[in-house]
Design a protein. Structure first.
Ligand SMILES: Nc1ncnc2c1ncn2[C@@H]1O[C@H](COP(=O)(O)OP(=O)(O)OP(=O)(O)O)[C@@H](O)[C@H]1O
Ligand SMILES: Nc1ncnc2c1ncn2[C@@H]1O[C@H](COP(=O)(O)OP(=O)(O)O)[C@@H](O)[C@H]1O
Ligand code: SF4
Ligand code: SF4
Ligand SMILES: [Mg+2]
Ligand SMILES: [Mg+2]
Lengths: 331, 346
C-alpha cells in the first residue's frame, strides 16, 4: 500500500447561516483529510452539522455562508483546487459535482424525481458528464443497476421511484452517484431509514464498490456501529465543532474527548448486562442558536471545570489523533 | 415470580383489503397479521421484532382496537374482570384503556400542534371523563416521573426536543396508571445520547410501578437489553417465540438467525462477524407459498415451498415455525462474512 495520499482536505471550514432569529453556526471550524481509497466516517447526533459539511463540499450552499478551504486533489499531477473559491453556480464546480465527487442524500425519495423513471434519471446524470450515444448511455445505466444489485434491471429501468422499496431506491441513488466513477463518494446517512438486513446489504455494496473503483468515501452517520464497520478514520462532531479525530480502532479503544467517551459508553453492546441502567449523557443537544460559549459540550460534560468557558485547545495524542478539550492541558 | 398472564392473544388476524382502479375494486388482501398467538405475563417485557412491513404496528394497533381485528381473541385480564378486546363494547373499551395504553414513535404527528404539553398528557384522562382541574393536577404529578420540570406543562410540541417529546408521550401513556403499556418504536427517532436516557426511564418505571410492556423496536440490541421474552414476525406470521436467551443465543429459526446476523457490531476489530441476508421482504399481497421465508432461506428444501410449517413447541416455551427446527444447526456461521478488518492507517 503506498503512503496515504490526500484526495480532499478540509481546513477551518465554517458555515454560518444568517437567520432572522440570529446566526446559526452550523459548522464552526472543521478540519479533516480524506485519503485516496479510504473511508472517512463523520459521526454525531442530529443537528451537529454533518449534512451541512457534506453539502458545503459540493458547494450546494450559498457562498456568502461558507468560509475556509476545501482542497480537492484531482488524479494525476493536477494542482489542488480550492472548492470554496469556485463560483457555486459556475461551470467549474458543475464539472466536479457528480463527476469527481458524488453524493447520496439522506432521503432517497426526495432526491429522486417522482415524475421520471429511474432509468431516465440515471441516463440524465450520465449525459451531464459523458459524451455517449443514447444506446451507450442506456447500456451503462442498466449495467449500473445490475452492479448495485437491482434484480431484473432491464425491466426495473422503466419503474418510477414510488414503485420501489426504500432499499431499492437507495440502490438507485447509489447507481446514479456511481455512474460517472467518482473519486469521492459522500454518503449522508444512506441506511438510517432502512431495516438492519437492508442496511447490511447497502453497506456491503458501498464497501465493495469502494474497493472495485478505488474510490474514497465519506460516510456520514449517527450510528457508531456503522462507523465501526466501515470507517478507516473518524471525525466526531458536536454542535458544529470537531470533538475528536482518530483512526477508527484508536477512537473505539482509547477515546479522549468526554463526548466520545460518553457516546461509546451509552451504546448497547452484545455483552451489556440485560436490563441494567445504561450509561447516558444528561440533557440533550441544545439549539445551535443557544450553544454555550467556550466548549459547546460543557453544559452536559461530566468533567466540566472553570476553564471550559474558554474555547478549548486541540490536543494531539498521536500523528492522527486529536481532541478538542481542556482536560489534557496542565493548568 | 409465578407467570400470571395479563394479556392473551389468540389466533389474531388482520387483513387489509387492497383496492385498485376507479371503482376501488378489492383486488386482494394484505395479510398484515395472520393467526398470531402469544401471551404476556404480568411484570414482564415482551419484545416484538421483524423487518419493516412484517405486521408489528398492526399487532399493536389491534391490541388497542385502533384497527378492528378480523379474527381472534385478545384477552386482557384486568384487576376485576377479563375483557375480550376484539369484541369489547365501546363502554368496555373505556375500561380497557384504563388498563392498557400505547406509546407511539411520534405521538405528536397525529395531534393538534396547538395543544400544549398539559393537554397532550391529559387527553387519556379527558377520555375517562376526569374533570379539568383534577386532570391538570395529575399532569403536574406525573411530569417529574418522566424527568420533566413543571415548566414543561405550558410548552407547545414544537418547543420540545425529540427526547422531551418522547418523555411527554410516556407521561401520556402512564397518566391513567395502566398496568400494561404497548410501546411502538419508542426510541427509534431519538439520538444516541437520549435513547439511553429513555431506555433507563422505561426500565425504572417498570420496576417502580410493576408495569408490563409490549415493546416493538427494530434495534435488536435494545430489544435484547429490555425484553424478557421475544416474538419474531415475518410477513404477518409469528416465526419464533421464546425467552430472550432462547431467541438470541439458541435461536432455531433461520429468519431470526439472519436478523441477528445483520446487526452491526460497534467494534472495529470485529468486522468479520457481520453477515447479510439476501433479498427483501416479498410483497405481503402475494406471500411465497409454503413457508413465507422460503424465497430467502439458505436452508430451504422442496417441502418448504409447498407446505407451510406450523408453529411448534420446542420445549421450555420456545416456539418455532420451521419444518427443520430440530435438525438445523444455526450456531454455524451460515451467511458469508461481509466486511474485512480495517487496514492499518499509519
Ligand atoms: N391501513 C392499511 N391499509 C392497507 N395496508 C396496511 C395498512 N396498515 C398496514 N398495512 C400493511 O400491513 C403490513 C404490516 O404493516 P405494519 O405497519 O403493521 O408493519 P410493521 O412491521 O410495523 O412495519 P414498520 O416497521 O415499517 O412500521 C404492511 O404490508 C403494510 O403496508
Ligand atoms: N439552510 C439552512 N438554513 C438555516 N439553518 C440550517 C440550514 N441547514 C441546516 N441548518 C441548521 O444547521 C444545523 C446543522 O444541520 P445538519 O447539517 O442538517 O445536521 P445533521 O445532518 O448532522 O443532522 C442545524 O441546526 C440546522 O437546523
Ligand atoms: S473542554 Fe471542558 S466541558 Fe469541554 S469536553 Fe473538555 S472537559 Fe468537558
Ligand atoms: S421451513 Fe424451510 S424455508 Fe422455512 S425457515 Fe425452515 S428451512 Fe427455511
Ligand atoms: Mg443530516
Ligand atoms: Mg411499525
Amino acid at each position: 500500500m503506498p503512503d496515504s495520499q490526500p484526495i480532499l482536505e478540509v481546513h477551518d471550514l465554517h458555515v454560518h447561516f444568517k437567520m432572522l432569529a440570529g446566526i446559526v453556526r452550523a459548522v464552526d471550524g472543521v478540519d479533516f483529510t480524506v485519503e485516496r481509497g479510504r473511508c472517512l466516517g463523520i459521526v454525531g447526533e442530529s443537528g451537529c452539522g454533518k449534512s451541512v459539511t457534506a453539502r458545503s463540499i459540493l458547494r450546494l450552499l450559498p457562498s456568502s455562508d461558507t468560509s475556509g478551504q476545501i482542497l480537492y486533489h484531482p488524479d494525476g499531477d493536477g494542482q489542488p483546487i480550492d472548492l470554496v473559491s469556485l463560483d457555486a453556480k459556475g461551470d467549474a464546480i458543475r464539472a466536479i459535482r457528480g463527476k469527481d465527487i458524488a453524493m447520496i442524500f439522506q432521503e432517497p425519495m426526495t432526491s429522486l424525481t417522482p415524475v421520471y423513471t429511474i432509468g431516465e434519471q440515471i441516463m440524465e446524470s450520465i449525459r451531464q458528464h459523458q459524451n455517449l450515444t443514447e444506446e451507450e448511455a442506456q447500456e451503462l445505466a442498466i449495467s449500473m443497476l445490475n452492479k448495485v444489485g437491482i434484480p431484473d434491471a432491464e425491466r426495473r429501468f422503466g419503474d418510477y421511484p414510488h414503485q420501489m422499496s426504500g432499499g431499492m431506491r437507495q440502490r438507485v441513488m447509489i447507481a446514479i452517484a456511481l455512474c460517472c466513477e467518482p473519486r469521492v463518494l459522500i454518503a449522508d446517512e444512506p441506511t438510517t431509514a432502512l431495516d438492519v438486513t437492508i442496511q447490511a446489504q447497502i453497506l456491503r455494496l458501498i464497501r465493495s464498490l469502494q474497493q472495485d473503483l478505488d474510490m474514497s468515501v465519506i460516510m456520514i452517520t449517527h450510528d457508531l456501529a456503522v462507523i465501526a464497520q466501515l470507517a478507516d478514520f473518524v471525525v466526531v462532531m458536536y454542535l458544529g465543532q470537531m470533538a475528536e479525530k482518530a483512526p477508527v480502532v484508536e477512537l473505539f479503544q482509547d477515546p479522549k474527548h468526554p463526548y466520545t467517551q460518553a457516546l461509546l459508553r451509552s451504546i448497547v453492546r452484545p455483552d451489556t448486562p440485560p436490563r441494567e441502567q445504561l450509561h447516558s449523557i444528561s440533557g440533550s443537544v441544545p439549539d445551535p442558536r443557544n450553544a454555550p460559549s467556550g466548549c459547546r459540550f460543557r453544559n452536559r460534560c461530566p468533567s466540566v471545570h472553570d476553564r471550559c468557558v474558554e474555547d478549548p485547545p486541540v490536543v494531539q495524542f498521536g500523528p492522527q489523533h486529536s481532541a478538542t478539550c481542556w482536560l489534557y492541558v496542565d493548568e | 415470580m409465578p407467570d400470571t398472564p395479563i394479556l392473551q392473544v389468540e389466533n389474531l388476524s388482520k387483513f387489509f383489503p387492497v383496492q385498485r382502479g376507479l371503482l376501488r375494486r378489492t383486488v386482494g388482501h394484505v395479510k398484515a397479521v395472520n393467526d398470531v398467538s402469544f401471551t404476556v405475563n404480568k411484570g414482564e417485557c415482551l419484545g416484538l421484532v421483524g423487518e419493516s412491513g412484517c405486521g408489528k404496528t398492526t399487532v399493536a394497533r389491534c391490541l388497542l382496537r385502533l384497527v378492528e381485528p378480523d379474527q381472534g381473541r385478545i384477552l386482557l385480564h384486568g384487576e376485576q374482570q377479563t375483557f375480550d378486546i376484539a369484541s369489547a363494547s365501546r363502554k368496555e373499551m373505556l375500561d380497557v384503556r384504563r388498563q392498557m395504553q400505547i406509546i407511539f414513535q411520534d405521538p405528536f404527528s397525529s395531534l393538534d400542534p396547538r395543544w400544549r404539553v398539559t393537554d397532550v398528557i391529559a387527553e387519556p384522562l379527558m377520555a375517562q371523563k376526569v374533570g379539568r382541574g383534577e386532570a391538570g393536577r395529575r399532569v403536574l404529578d406525573i411530569l417529574p416521573t418522566v424527568g420533566l420540570g413543571p415548566h414543561f406543562a405550558d410548552r407547545f410540541p414544537h418547543e420540545l426536543s425529540g427526547g422531551e417529546r418522547q418523555r411527554v408521550s410516556i407521561a401520556r401513556a402512564l397518566i391513567v396508571s395502566p398496568p400494561l403499556v404497548v410501546a411502538d418504536e419508542p426510541v427509534s427517532a431519538l439520538d444516541v445520547s437520549v435513547r439511553s436516557q429513555i431506555i433507563n426511564l422505561l426500565l425504572d418505571l417498570q420496576s417502580q410501578m410493576n408495569l408490563t410492556y409490549v415493546f416493538i423496536a427494530h434495534d435488536l440490541s435494545i430489544v435484547k437489553h429490555i425484553s424478557h421474552r421475544i416474538a419474531v414476525m415475518y410477513l404477518g406470521r409469528l416465526v419464533e417465540l421464546g425467552t430472550t436467551q432462547q431467541v438470541f443465543e439458541e435461536c432455531k429459526h433461520p429468519y431470526t438467525k439472519a436478523l441477528l446476523a445483520s446487526v452491526l457490531i460497534p467494534d472495529p476489530t470485529h468486522r468479520e462477524q457481520s453477515y447479510v441476508l439476501e433479498g427483501e421482504v416479498p410483497s405481503p399481497l402475494n406471500p411465497p407459498s409454503g413457508c413465507h421465508f422460503s424465497t430467502r432461506c439458505p436452508f430451504a428444501q422442496e417441502q418448504c415451498s409447498t407446505e407451510e410449517p406450523d408453529l411448534r413447541d420446542m420445549g421450555g416455551g420456545h416456539w418455532v415455525r420451521c419444518h427443520f427446527a430440530d435438525e438445523l444447526d444455526l450456531s454455524e456461521e451460515i451467511f458469508a462474512p461481509q466486511f474485512d478488518t480495517p487496514t492499518a492507517s499509519n
